[in-house]
Design a protein around this ligand. Structure first.
Ligand SMILES: [Zn+2]
Length: 317
């Protein structure tokens, strides 16, 4: 039986939107990228989202396909049940009823999701966590956030804020977090925190902008200061992941975001540090994300498929 159904998927970030038409079997048939240009204000961004989604639905029809639903992922605090983008620092959303606006404009069932949660959904169902059932996806970039996925569904929380593992307290006397409290995991071990820490310890001799990737490179090349900073971050991450494992007892922890691109430079010491912290808990597999920056868009597609009760991809393979 030929299946001409597709969903329209958008992953809206602070700088760009990744967009795609995706078939029920998870195959991407068309992709587009557009600038978010958040400086225009939230109303203009919403206008672009609706235009892009509408354009993709039209493109699908022009290609002989049938768009059946829309999935949109956004950052910040997202009320998935009401379909409202509650708050986002990057995009400027404040209580935007994005789901209803999309339904009105396109006349298609629409699901709204949180970018990290849908990224976790995609990694758990189509990517590095596939087939393992209980997955904790942790995205480490400028911040740190997680998604706990059980049997293909990501926990949202009572207030749309589940998975904020970046704000687990790991160093009570540590640097102040963007949330206002000192010592949160993301204030110590996010990619931006690692770069800041290196510059701070290197003092006058440092390049002013050292990225976490450069710290990883220098650590691997044997530079003691970089090695120290990298190990501090690894220890803090292990503390945070050990808390995650105590809470969720997952089979697999999938690391995504920019820092995960350090690959085994991160995973090997982190596995060892996590192993040291396991007492009676079962140790999870620790793996790098497999879908790269397409995870959010694929996850938005999965959310759309779930919204219309279509799930004939990965689980059957
Ligand atoms: Zn915090």
């Amino acid at each position: 039986m030929s299946d001409d159904r597709v969903v329209v998927a958008l992953d809206v970030g602070g700088t760009g939107m990744k967009c795609a038409l995706v078939r029920p079997d998870g195959v991407v048939v068309s992709t587009e990228r557009h600038p978010t240009d958040a400086a225009r204000g939230p109303a203009a961004v919403v206008g672009t989202i609706l235009d892009v989604a509408g354009g993709l639905a039209e493109k699908a029809r022009a290609d002989g396909l049938t768009p059946i639903a829309v999935g949109i992922a956004v950052p910040g605090v997202v009320d998935e049940a009401r379909g409202v983008a509650v708050w986002s620092a990057n995009v400027g959303f404040r209580d935007v009823p994005l789901r209803d606006l999309t339904v009105q404009r396109l006349g298609l069932p629409t699901a709204l999701g949180h970018d990290v949660r849908v990224g976790g959904l995609a990694e758990a169902r189509l990517g590095a966590g596939r087939g393992t059932g209980h997955v904790l996806f942790v995205a480490i970039g400028t911040g740190i956030a997680a998604a706990h996925v059980v049997d293909g569904t990501a926990a949202v929380g009572a207030h749309g804020a589940a998975g904020e593992i970046g704000h687990i307290l790991v160093r009570p006397d540590g640097p102040r977090c963007g949330c206002g409290r000192p010592g949160c995991l993301e204030a110590v071990a996010s990619a931006s925190a690692i770069g800041r820490r290196y510059a701070e310890l290197a003092g006058d001799t440092a390049d002013t902008q050292v990225t976490a990737a450069e710290v990883a490179d220098r650590a691997a090349a044997g530079e003691p200061l970089a090695g120290q900073v990298w190990q501090e971050a690894v220890e803090a991450l292990a503390d945070g992941l050990a808390s995650g494992q105590a809470l969720f007892d997952v089979a697999t922890i999938v690391l995504g975001g920019g820092l995960a691109q350090a690959g085994e430079r991160l995973l090997t010491p982190l596995r060892a540090a996590l192993h040291e912290r396991m007492t009676f808990h079962r140790e999870p597999q620790l793996v790098a994300a497999a879908l790269g920056d397409e995870a959010g868009c694929l996850g938005a597609a999965l959310l759309a498929l779930d919204a219309v009760g279509v799930r004939d991809h990965q689980e059957k393979r």
